[in-house]
Unconditional design. Structure first.
Length: 195
């Protein structure tokens, strides 16, 4: 159904994330992948969704449009906790510090998505609240050592073991936590091609 609506466009996913690829596939899109590998730094005055909006757009800007009918989709996800943005942990200690800082309270997961065509750019974001339970150090180290969450913002994947045992509740989109707010993406894409 979505392919029919988008028949005049070539969708290009600008991402190396297997989860984003899977979600686009599950949505039923035909698409190609053309990812960039940018430096994900951002101006230090930015906060919350300003950070992910900025990086999602930078990811799109780093990808060249090859045809007039292409729409490039890029996304960026961060964990916003205690006024701090948690990206991907660089090592075991950093992963532990991040997870420990999430335990026992609520944080926000923010994903921004950038849609870019020959003549337009649109960025939107989606925020989900996630409450972590107070996990033991043993559980945190078990998760880090078994799952090596070094490719995940905030050092966790809700779709993994820690999501099964350590999350009290979420408020908002689940797919947004995993890196791509699918319902919002479809809505925004349909608006984007109507303009
Ligand atoms: C919080 C959380 C994040 N994540 C993932 C989503 C993102 O892929 C990743 C954050 O890194 P991103 O920089 O958003 O994306 P990426 O490097 O994986 O892919 P690309 O830039 O090529 O598009 O963390 C989960 O899979 N589960 C979770 O519960």
């Amino acid at each position: 159904m979505l392919n029919k609506l988008l028949k005049d466009y070539n969708i290009v996913l600008g991402s190396n994330s297997p989860r984003r690829k899977q979600y686009l596939t599950d949505l039923g899109f035909s698409f190609t992948v053309r990812a960039s590998d940018i430096d994900e730094s951002y101006p230090e005055e930015l906060v919350r969704e300003q950070i992910t909006d900025y990086i999602a757009k930078a990811k799109a800007d780093a990808i060249e449009l090859q045809h007039d009918n292409e729409i490039i989709i890029t996304s960026d996800t961060t964990v916003w906790n205690n006024h701090t943005s948690l990206g991907k942990p660089e090592n075991r200690d950093e992963a532990y510090t991040m997870l420990k800082s999430l335990c026992g309270h609520e944080h926000e997961v923010i994903s921004s998505v950038c849609l870019k065509s020959k003549d337009r750019v649109s960025v939107f974001h989606c925020i989900t609240k996630v409450s972590f339970s107070d996990l033991s150090d043993e559980a945190l180290y078990f998760y880090i050592d078994q799952y090596k969450p070094y490719d995940k913002a905030g050092a966790y994947g809700i779709q993994e073991w820690i999501g099964l045992v350590g999350i009290d509740r979420i408020d908002g989109s689940y797919t947004n936590i995993v890196g791509l707010p699918t319902k919002e993406l479809v809505e925004e894409l349909l608006k984007f091609i109507k303009k």
